[in-house]
Design a binder for this molecule. Sequence first.
Ligand code: GSH
Length: 158
Amino acid sequence: MECDLGNKPEELLRLNPYAKVPVLVDGDTVVYESAVINEYLEEKFPQTPLMPRDLALRSQVRIWIDFCNTRLQAAAGNIRHDHDVENNRKRLAQHLKTLDERMAGQDFIVGDYSLADITYIPFFTRGDHYRVSIGDDLPNLKRWRDSLLERPKVKATP
Ligand SMILES: N[C@@H](CCC(=O)N[C@@H](CS)C(=O)NCC(=O)O)C(=O)O
């Protein structure tokens, strides 16, 4: 569902006890938390696999999804909401360095394009909200970010 977060509709609270977006409504099924929504869609549409078949790689995908949600997005969200900005800027810089090191010599964060890459796209599209700059000092991260933002489906998403 889409809504004005400054004026949350009753429906949002009814669908998601955390009163946050995104929320996916699929018939009688209501799913919230973006990582859970992504896995739901992955399982619903197996013809477009976005998880590796290999068990070890699957766990790596989940580790990098967790890194995005509990570290990168957490630090960025705190900066955006002016909470402990100085420390969170340091944390964010460290997380970006970790990602840059991870992306050295590879096109995707784990194996082929997967839910792990997809999880980072909202962060990259909203970089200016978080006052984040990814420049030439983070060349591997920049290359990965730019290639994700060039994907036709990403470009076509408002
Ligand atoms: N862990 C959640 C975070 C969702 C989240 O923070 N959504 C923001 C918008 S991007 C929101 O709804 N903010 C409104 C609020 O916190 O009141 C997820 O990944 O779905």
